[in-house]
Ligand binder design. Structure first.
Ligand SMILES: [Ca+2]
Length: 587
């Protein structure tokens, strides 16, 4: 059932929920449907009237308070004491709610569909923003965004590394069902492509009349493949098609739609290289080889702003998958200054062989990169203001996976990048997949709010489609849930149904892993590429750091979550996991 939010009648919603529960035990049993009234169709005068009538009748039949409804007292008295009236009220209410929830009378949205800005950082850890507990890195614009909207404190990236996470985001399918389940290069450039038959968020919005633009790093199909962004619903693309190409912030080309454009880096600065033979690691000049002059994020940012200006009449969908703060540590020197002034003990990150390029002040570089991303986000928000569209734009900010595990490059302990969480990028422990998430939508999402609802990347497709007024277009095979009832001001906390049944993750990489989150519990298995593996169980309410495996104490919970793990994994011959029964390709 695809449902949308009813705004403007919060007091009536509360009343109908309260009376529904009082009369029937729960809203579900009231109508044999999942009916929370804020899931009814969007406001129209006719709908408002119907809902108001339903509220009145249900409330009266259940002995509810009528004072707030301005109903003449003699009517109340008559209705309250009339068995016939109560029966009529209930049958009418049930029938009407069911009809509304089923959308028997589809109506166009009363307001213009909102623009959508979806910003995805690359390898940004759960605690790397001030509004998520970071103490060293300055992120004033993102902190302000959070104060204007909602923080989702239990939001999970699609997966523990880039490509499979982005596939979940674009298709709304969880990783046991999505087509891309690991990073897999496809020479000469790009990653394993999303097939043409897959339906993406961009395609759905494009079909709904949105101008669609992607600016940043793609990673879901090389140039010319079925997965390239222009064949997956984007009218406009600018940036890196390939993840490996994005390891350098000073490349000698980027993609402008299906055309390569040159950048003024001659030669390109490599993402992977060591200090020159004989170079003195204590001399800052030894690191000059890893500096360029044409910084790709500048180009990407400017292209995104140009898209906003061109499409300001809307509706538009701006997808902004930044390459920041993924290593290599490439940042213009002048942006280091605010952090160099802090006098951190910042020993050089040196390297003589392969791997990501060295940096003379790696802590300052990493912090400056995140502050740079913060400024870009601020610039995009400023542009929305300048264009006069901020009030009708849904802005979402999140990260594609946890902070990097490359401790030589990034001192994640110094920054407490994932705080108390266990694991980093590449792991299905919390630190690898739990990411910061912020939603702003003026007039819909309460400023300064937060939600502990368990949510994931698969939820953005249905959420955005519902916000766009296209809830009926959400493909049946989508696994995500619309978060609309969780993020909007109509949300009534603590209602039945506010708990997600489960969230599933699997990852064919880093040994093969699988986890499922259900309420306070998390079951996780490691090393599944070798074969079957034991299940660990953690109580995340008591043990956020996943330090105490309590599987032995709760065999029934383990059994239940293992059954979910089995059920949610669909076989993949491209990304097989032996321990889950997938057939491995012949050698
Ligand atoms: Ca990433």
């Amino acid at each position: 059932m695809h449902v949308r939010t009813l705004s403007g009648l919060p007091h009536l919603e509360s009343t109908v929920v309260a009376t529904g529960i009082a009369r029937f035990g729960s809203p579900e049993t009231a109508c044999g449907l999942w009916i929370q009234p804020h899931n009814l169709p969007r406001q129209t005068s006719q709908t408002d009237f119907q809902v108001a009538l339903i509220v009145m009748l249900v409330s009266l039949s259940a002995g509810g308070d009528t004072h707030a409804m301005n109903i003449p007292s003699f009517c109340c008295s008559w209705l309250r004491h009339s068995t016939l009236a109560a029966s009529f009220a209930l049958s009418f209410a049930v029938g009407s709610l069911a009809a509304l929830a089923h959308g028997d009378e589809p109506r166009p949205p009363a307001t213009r569909p909102p623009n959508v800005v979806l910003i995805v950082a690359d390898d940004l850890g759960y605690r790397e923003l001030g509004c998520f507990g970071q103490e060293k890195i300055r992120t004033p614009r993102l902190d302000a965004l959070a104060s204007e909207g909602m923080r989702l404190t239990r939001h999970y990236a699609g997966n523990a590394v880039c490509a499979p996470s982005r596939c979940v985001l674009m298709t709304g399918k969880h990783p046991g069902h999505a087509i891309v389940r690991d990073n897999k290069s496809t020479p000469p450039e790009g990653q394993y492509p999303i097939p043409a038959a897959e339906v993406t968020l961009a395609e759905l919005l494009h079909d709904a009349g949105y101008a669609t633009g992607a600016f940043g790093k793609w990673g879901l199909g090389g140039p010319g493949s079925p997965g390239e962004p222009l064949r997956q619903g984007f009218d406009r693309f600018f940036g890196y098609n390939c993840q490996a190409h994005a390891h350098s912030y000073y490349p000698d080309y980027l993609w402008d739609n299906d055309r390569r454009i040159r950048l003024e880096n001659d030669p390109a600065v490599p993402g992977h290289a060591g200090l020159a033979d004989g170079a003195d690691p204590a001399d800052p000049r030894s690191y000059d080889a890893f500096k360029g002059c044409d910084y790709a994020p500048d180009r990407i940012y400017e292209a995104a702003l140009a898209f906003l200006r061109a499409e300001k009449d809307g509706p538009f969908f701006l997808y902004y998958p930044s390459i920041i703060p993924h290593v290599a540590l490439h940042i213009p020197d002048d942006e280091l200054t605010p952090y160099l002034e802090l006098g951190w003990n910042d020993p050089p990150f040196t390297r003589t062989g392969g791997g990501y390029t060295p940096h003379f002040t790696p802590r300052a570089a990493y912090a400056a990169m995140i502050s740079r991303l913060d400024r870009e986000v601020g610039g995009i928000l400023d542009e929305l203001d300048t264009l006069g569209v901020a009030d009708n734009t849904l802005v979402i900010f999140t990260s594609d996976n946890g902070a990097t595990h490359l401790n030589d490059e990034v001192d994640v302990d110094f920054f407490a990048s994932v705080g108390e969480l266990r694991g980093l990028k590449g792991s299905l422990y919390e630190g690898g997949i739990r990411v910061p998430a912020i939603v702003r939508w003026p007039g819909h999402v309460a400023a300064g709010s937060e939600s502990p609802f368990i949510s994931g990347f698969e939820d953005w497709l249905p959420t955005i489609l519902e916000a766009a007024g296209c809830g009926a277009d959400i493909p049946a095979e989508v696994d995500g849930l619309s978060l609309m009832s969780q993020i909007t001001e109509d949300n009534v906390p603590g209602l039945p149904g506010s708990q997600r049944p489960f969230l599933y993750r699997e990852f064919a990489g880093y040994g093969g892993q699988q986890c499922v989150l259900a309420g306070r519990w998390k079951a996780i298995r490691q090393q599944l590429r070798k074969g079957p593996a034991p299940t660990e169980l953690y109580d995340l309410e008591a043990d956020r750091s996943e330090a105490h495996d309590v599987a032995a104490e709760h065999p029934n919970i383990v059994k239940r979550l293992e059954a979910l793990m089995t059920r949610e994994h669909t076989p993949s011959s491209t990304f097989p996991i032996a321990g889950l029964g997938d057939e491995l390709p012949a050698r």
